[in-house]
Design a protein around this ligand. Structure first.
Ligand code: FE2
Ligand code: FE2
Length: 274
């Protein structure tokens, strides 16, 4: 079964600087043989504050040549208040995402595998659904099949016992809670987005794939995290025996940096006191 992971399409009703990359991805997906497309978050540029961006992202995904599943990113549903006090994940943002895009956590069974989509933006957010999702995960991960996780933020950069990486990864406390929930699980693959970097690494016997973005890459505004800062997607072939993957960087995309327009699209945060 061929599954295509796209990520960080950052589709916007207001800003068109990166739309051509998403459109190039869509053209390439038409001949990819995809049975399923999974977007690992930041479908929208500013869906957390602009309903029009979420609506446009939903419409764009409906036109893809295969069924689509998605997990939300920080720009779709907000983030932990420690990261974005002005855009916390809350009931209204969750409800808007679910109504316009679809479920923010899900299970998809394919031969030999259970794919699990998680809402990483709930982790350590203080929202009541954070605990509910963990309990749900422990339940659905108890399965006689290999398991692949799809979520927006990577679990770690280098090692599963590393300290916090702020904006970039799942917080260590939640990473530990996730691994406890998955302690009886045959976890094989963790696929994430958010970093706008393509990278593959095997950590503690589990494949960690960072899906490249379908919009822009980061320049100096992001520290060196390894991998390739290129526009593209990931093609997976799942079989009962395992999974293989390859990164695809289509020739008709451009590796445009966000940096020159960052402050226009994502105005710098004023402090909470202002
Ligand atoms: Fe993103
Ligand atoms: Fe993100």
């Amino acid at each position: 079964m061929r599954i295509i992971q796209i990520s960080d399409t950052h589709l916007s009703a207001e800003f068109s600087q990166f739309t051509a990359n998403a459109e190039a991805l869509k053209r390439n997906l038409a001949t990819s043989g995809a049975d399923l497309v999974i977007n690992t978050g930041d479908l929208s540029m500013n869906g957390a504050i602009r309903a029009a961006d979420l609506a446009l992202a939903a419409e764009w995904h409906r036109a893809l040549p295969a069924p689509v599943l998605a997990v939300p990113g920080n720009h779709d549903v907000g983030d932990r208040a420690e990261i974005r006090f002005d855009q916390p994940i809350n009931d209204a943002r969750l409800a808007a995402y679910r109504q316009v895009i679809g479920p923010d956590r899900w299970v998809e069974d394919i031969p030999g595998w259970r794919l699990i989509g998680l809402n990483a933006m709930l982790f350590q957010s203080g929202h009541a659904e954070d605990k509910a999702q963990l309990d749900w995960l422990a339940e659905v991960a108890r399965v006689d099949a290999k398991v692949a996780l799809f979520l927006h933020k990577p679990l770690c950069i280098e090692t599963m016992d590393e300290g916090p990486w702020g904006y970039w990864t799942v917080v260590p406390e939640r990473r530990r809670a996730l691994m406890t929930a998955l302690s009886e699980t045959d976890l094989r693959l963790v696929a994430s987005g958010h970093l706008h970097i393509a990278r593959h690494r095997v950590i503690d016997g589990v494949e960690h794939v960072w899906g490249p973005a379908g919009s822009f890459v980061c320049g100096d505004i992001q520290e060196d995290l390894g991998g390739d800062r290129r526009i593209g997607y990931v093609e997976y072939d799942f079989s009962r025996d395992g999974v293989s993957h390859r990164f695809v960087f289509p020739a008709d995309t451009r590796d445009l940096p966000l940096d020159p327009v960052h402050d226009l699209i994502y105005p710098p945060l004023k402090s909470a006191a202002e």
